[in-house]
Design a protein around this ligand. Structure first.
Ligand code: HMG
Ligand code: MG
Length: 300
């Protein structure tokens, strides 16, 4: 049976804005995050503590996180990405209470994205998870390319399961499974989930589906059928990945909420406020919202 409640992890301010050609001002990021919290999002990924040479769009990470936490809404978590100990220390100094390490199930993608092999990346995550545990900071794990890779093509579900299991064994409370280039479909996503769920309880899994080919909502439904109840999404469908050419944004948060609302599954999110936020940030970026749901609702 389908879950009755779904938790949505809003990744627009990070996964979305990291891929905008223009560097978005910190004030705009702060306002976006404020509006998202007001719309009822309880987990909002705020920024990433990666190299500003690699991702200049997140170069204001310390300012953004410090200001977000100073004005934090009650009951809202603001996780940030930390690829290594250096990133973790900077995040901790800015006040982070939750971080995420991010690996991949594809060797080539790991090299392009974080400049090391899968094994090296896992070895770098271990001290991060240890330091986090010592500091009382929660750690989430990501696995990219869970279905397909822009460099290697199809990825074996077994490889995804292995990396995900290692992340959980290090102490990640949840693993977010990334269809980075949106090449999955309900059958390949379920096959992947089946392999992962043999090793990790479904309550510790999240789906992170990019909507490059318009399959993300179908993949979310396929995941719901298997009991997944946490999904990452990006308001207005913002985003992509700088190291996966042609990748478009995550599934739009309003598309996911529309789906779930229609199916009677609770998210705690105010749909109208969410669509308004999609319209607002899209206008700030000089375009119309990418999602069909936002366009349909706003056309009324
Ligand atoms: P590297 O060059 O191998 O790192 O990069 P290094 O340790 O050799 O250090 C080189 C330089 O970077 C040094 O500075 C370090 O201090 C600095 P220099 O001496 O040259 O001046 N450095 C850092 N600076 C700031 N913060 C840090 C940090 N670490 C080292 N944390 C590194 C390795 C991981 C840092 C680099 O490859 C990087 O930043 N990559 C960016 C990755 C990224 O942000 N990708 C997008 C997010 S992942 C994603 O979108 C996928 C996801 O959404 C799921 C999905 O869709 O699949 C999560
Ligand atoms: Mg992503």
């Amino acid at each position: 049976s389908l879950p009755q409640h779904v938790r949505i992890v809003e990744v627009g301010p990070r996964d979305g804005l990291q891929n905008e050609k223009q560097v978005v001002p910190a004030d705009t990021k702060l306002e976006l995050i404020r509006r998202l919290a007001e719309a009822g999002l309880k987990t909002i990924e705020a920024t990433s503590f990666v190299s500003p040479k690699w991702v200049p769009q997140m170069g204001d990470n310390t300012e953004v996180l410090t200001r977000v936490l100073a004005a934090a809404a009650p009951g809202v978590d603001y996780p940030v990405l930390t690829p290594n100990l250096k990133g973790f220390e900077a995040a901790l100094a800015a006040g982070a209470k939750e971080v995420a390490v991010f690996g991949a199930a594809s060797e080539s993608f790991s090299q392009k994205n974080i400049n090391c092999s899968i094994a090296e990346s896992l070895a770098r995550f271990r001290p991060v998870t240890e330091a986090a545990q010592a500091a009382g900071v929660k750690v989430r794990g990501y696995v990219s390319c869970v279905v397909g890779c822009p460099y290697e093509g199809e990825i074996a579900p077994q490889k995804v399961a292995e990396v995900a299991e290692t992340l959980v064994s290090m102490g990640c409370y949840e693993v977010s499974l990334g269809d980075t280039i949106g090449s999955g479909n309900p059958v390949t996503v379920q096959r992947m989930l089946d392999a992962v769920m043999r090793r990790i309880p479904v309550t510790q899994l999240a789906g992170h589906y990019h909507d490059t080919y318009g399959m993300a909502v179908a993949n979310i439904f396929a995941s719901l059928q298997m009991g997944v109840a946490v999904f990452d999404a990006s308001v207005g469908g913002l985003g992509g990945c700088p190291y996966a050419a042609g990748a478009s944004g995550n599934v739009a948060t309003e598309d996911v909420v529309w789906l779930l609302k229609g199916m009677g599954i609770d998210t705690g999110i105010d749909f109208d406020a969410l669509v308004d936020t999609a319209a607002w940030i899209s206008a700030e970026l000089g375009r119309a919202p990418a999602s069909r749901v936002a366009r349909a609702v706003l056309a009324k």
